[in-house]
Design a protein around this ligand. Structure first.
Ligand SMILES: NC(=O)c1ccc[n+]([C@@H]2O[C@H](COP(=O)([O-])OP(=O)(O)OC[C@H]3O[C@@H](n4cnc5c(N)ncnc54)[C@H](OP(=O)(O)O)[C@@H]3O)[C@@H](O)[C@H]2O)c1
Length: 258
């Protein structure tokens, strides 16, 4: 069993009970160890980049936690690629433990990670365990252009409602569900398999309300996601432009070919 936890968001009203400062991280890890009833956490994530604390301070305290044996490996969630790259540079220069894993959002309608995060992971040999493979339920088959379930996270949770409020996402969800049905796959298994089939994704983190919901997500590993099937699914949503915004970089005749 691997235990992971995260730190950053407020754990109390006090102004110091938040962020990635030495004070908050030191106190939070002790609280997590106590609540989990364990001596160490296998993988400890920063939940978000802290714009107000120096990265040196944060990485220094994380390195101390590894040295003390309270944490084995470090990770970063919801970071931009430049923030992870900057952190990797600092850790390397100082001889500190570095981020070994990233936890970004990734699904058929949220593909920004393909531009910078996944290439960074590949270049620097950093693991990726991405979250929300179903877009919080959007790709489960129960949402479409006009189709809504009686209950569901996208309806009940304001943050998720806001994150997925673009009508184009519901259009993609409808087309994706049709494609899954046409090929006799559960849309849930297919959506998770699509995420897991990206060569730079180590594993998707799956989410479920109950055991029944969990089954099709687990069955995703049975799908043979060929290059053709992946391409067919990918074509349902827009591939984000390259980081340079030069679309020609994606063609076979780009100037980097030798
Ligand atoms: N680092 C971060 O900031 C961050 C953020 C989000 C999540 N996470 C992690 O990643 C995990 C997965 O993310 P996620 O929960 O957003 O994943 P997800 O797979 O995109 O969404 C899971 C939701 O989809 C719906 N669903 C799942 N299986 C279904 C089924 N068989 N039939 C119908 N609906 C189904 C359920 O919501 P409804 O029943 O409500 O529709 C379920 O809660 C989380 O548990 C969490 O550990 C991390």
């Amino acid at each position: 069993m691997i235990i992971t936890s995260k730190v950053y968001f407020p754990t109390g009203d006090d102004v110091n009970s938040r962020g990635s400062t030495r004070k908050h991280i030191s106190a939070s890890v002790e609280e997590s160890l106590r609540r989990l009833g364990t001596d160490y956490i296998d993988l400890y994530f920063l939940h978000r980049f802290d714009d107000l604390t120096s990265l040196e301070e944060t990485l220094s305290v994380l390195n101390d936690l590894v040295r003390q044996g309270k944490v084995l490996y470090l990770g970063a969630s919801n970071f931009a690629a430049w923030q992870v790259a900057k952190a990797l540079g600092i850790s390397s220069r100082q001889g500190w433990s570095r981020f070994e894993c990233m936890q970004p959002m990734y699904n058929l309608v949220k593909r920004q990670v393909e531009v910078e995060i996944l290439p960074l992971a590949s270049s620097e040999n950093v693991a990726v365990i991405s979250y929300s493979p179903l877009g919080g339920g959007l790709l489960s088959g129960k949402y479409g252009i006009k189709k809504r379930p009686k209950e569901g996270r996208l309806l009940e949770n304001e943050m998720y409602n806001n994150r997925y409020n673009d009508p184009i996402f519901y259009e993609i969800a409808e087309k994706f569900t049709s494609l899954a049905e046409e090929k006799s796959f559960s849309p849930i298994s297919l959506a998770v398999a699509w995420v897991g089939s990206h060569p730079d994704v180590t594993a998707p983190i799956i989410g479920a309300r109950n055991c029944e919901q969990l089954k099709p997500s687990l069955e995703s590993v049975k799908i043979d996601m060929t290059k053709e099937l992946r391409a067919e699914i990918s074509a349902l949503s827009l591939e984000p432009p390259p980081a340079t915004d030069r679309n020609e970089e994606r063609t076979e005749h780009n100037y980097g070919s030798r």
